[in-house]
Ligand binder design. Structure first.
Ligand code: OSB
Ligand code: MG
Length: 371
């Protein structure tokens, strides 16, 4: 295919509820969306998961806009013929900027699917029409507010809840949720907020309240601290921020630092690397699941396609559209179905239709580049 035009749009979407983690609070998402137009008239969409601030990772909307606008698009618009292989080969030497690269990669997958009349799930070798999902619940103003928030999700049909935790917001809220919901599948995620010195306390409340999985309690660089926590714990230690490529996964598995892995295509530089990592992890007996970055329906469609492939058999952080946004930018928002599941799109490419009016209403900036 030949890309003749690329739009880099910046949307600002208000979240239904503020989302608070150990690294900060987000009230609205600033989202870069890339739209690649081919010579044959197809348009492919890619969502960049970078946030405005470097809290989850060092990438931001500004660094992604720079990497996409100054590195990737000039290259892309110069090619007479481009595909996923040539794109990957050209950008292997570019260090970092995983979220920027992943956004372009997503748009290319969307285009390949549209051209071949195949869904992204089919292209990736997916074999599940619906995938099991859970919900990630941010830090709340009070324990009572948290129990109430979890209650609304349980009532809506979510069977697995992940609580954001940090020092000072752990034992009491986790205990209260466990007492209110004795059978709920309960995970926690600290986004690196603990010191390895806190390991004993984390092990104690996670054990006592039957937490199934503890995600990224320590720094992304502290692989051994995670291994020490995993040793002798009934819960699974899950890594998110630490796992950015094949080498970091191999190393963490070798050191037995994890028994589960959260895979986000943005963090690892695309869907192709995400599948590759998912396969290696499953071969090493890890539980594998798709993480989320509060995506709009565009990125969510890609996440669902990823989750439909074999290695990803644990429930992802892939909630229904209305858990995030009152007006998603797609015409048919994702709804929670029976058994805490979402349907995997079947249309060509991402399989979604962008709602042009909503999209334009939330678009704050746009740049158009032509060949
Ligand atoms: O650590 O998994 C995380 C959201 C933003 C940044 C990091 C994380 C998250 C989530 C939300 O937990 C997952 C979702 O999109 O539902
Ligand atoms: Mg996480």
């Amino acid at each position: 295919m030949q890309v003749v035009r690329a739009d880099l749009d910046e949307l600002e979407l208000p979240l239904v509820h503020p989302f608070e983690t150990s690294f900060g609070i987000e009230r609205q998402r600033q989202i870069l969306i890339v739209r690649l137009h081919t010579k044959s008239g197809e348009v492919g969409y890619g969502e960049c998961v970078a946030s405005r601030d470097p809290g989850y990772s060092s990438e931001t909307v500004a660094t992604a806009r720079w990497a996409i606008g100054e590195l990737v698009l000039p290259w892309l618009l110069r090619q007479t013929k481009v595909d996923l292989t040539s794109f990957t080969r050209a950008f292997v030497p570019v260090r970092g900027h995983a979220m920027a690269k992943a956004a372009i990669e997503m748009a290319l997958w969307d285009l390949v699917g549209r051209e071949r009349r195949r869904s992204l799930s089919q292209l990736l070798g997916g074999n599940r029409p619906r995938v099991e999902v859970g919900v990630s619940v941010g830090i709340q103003p009070s324990v009572a507010a948290l129990v109430e928030a979890v209650g609304t999700y349980v009532t809506a049909g979510y069977r697995r809840v992940k609580l954001k935790v940090k020092p000072g917001w752990d034992s009491a809220p986790v205990g209260a949720v466990r007492r209110a919901y004795p059978n709920l599948r309960l995970w926690v995620d600290a986004n690196q907020a603990y010191s390895p010195r806190d390991a004993g306390r984390v092990r104690s409340w996670a054990g006592k309240f039957e937490v199934e999985q503890v995600e990224q309690p320590f720094s992304e660089r502290s692989i051994d601290a995670h291994a020490r926590l995993q040793r002798g714990s009934a819960f699974r230690v899950c890594l998110d921020e630490s796992i950015v490529d094949d080498a970091s996964l191999e190393d963490a598995m070798h050191r037995r630092a994890l028994r589960s892995v959260n895979i986000k295509s943005g963090r690892v530089g695309g869907l192709a690397p995400a599948i590759r990592l998912g396969r290696s992890a499953a071969r090493g007996d890890l539980k594998v699941w798709v993480g989320g970055m509060l995506e709009t329906g565009i990125g969510r469609a890609a996440n669902l396609a990823l989750a439909s492939t074999a290695p990803f058999d644990w429930p992802g952080d892939l909630s229904a559209s209305d858990r995030y946004y009152a007006d998603d930018v797609i015409t048919r928002p994702f709804r929670l179905g029976p058994g805490s599941t979402l349907e995997v799109p079947t249309g060509p490419g991402l399989g979604i239709e962008v709602d042009a009016r909503t999209y334009r209403r939330y678009r704050m900036r746009r740049t158009v580049r032509r060949r």
